[in-house]
Design a binder for this molecule. Sequence first.
Ligand code: 5GP
Length: 189
Amino acid sequence: MNGLLIILSGPSGVGKGTVRKVLVQDESLNLAYSISMTTRGPRNGEVEGKDYFFVTKEKFLEALQKNELLEHARFVDNYYGTPKDYVQKLREQGKNVILEIETNGAREVIEKTKGDKGVISIFIMPPSFEELRSRIEKRKTEPERIINERLEKAKKEIGIKDFYQYSVTNNTPEQCAEDIKKIIVEHLK
Ligand code: 5GP
């Protein structure tokens, strides 16, 4: 049987990555993380082929043109997309695949997979907007202009959370991962 496709979204800085890492460690869930393609440069500590496939804009547009992406989006200054074959193969192997993607791409997947009961969409909310701002600022990896654009985008993203089947709040990564686990387990029954 095909594995689930689990769409995980939430504003930049909400801690999706940390929550996802906690979830993936739980072997009982048989999860695999879908590694995206991006034109953004790597942040400190990010690894090619593990965090992202870092590509040039030309390469990205070529993949898009060849219809190799399940979805894609432009986020702030860069392109991000999900390699289609990779996700399909993992699901066929029975893996439950996590897509950690922003809302425009998520909407594209939700629309493309309408009627597929194996698709779950979950939106992660910050405890508050102020908390989100402080998390993004603490990261200190982006200049002021980018931080502000990310916060503007976050406001818009929070506004469309009702588009998702579920929303959970990230008070702590462990609690949030636990809440998501319950949702996944329910769908695996
Ligand atoms: P970041 O630059 O912080 O790694 O990612 C920026 C945003 O792009 C985050 O919300 C992240 O979840 C999202 N993102 C990462 N990969 C993809 C992807 O393949 N498709 C889409 N639509 N969004 C992605």
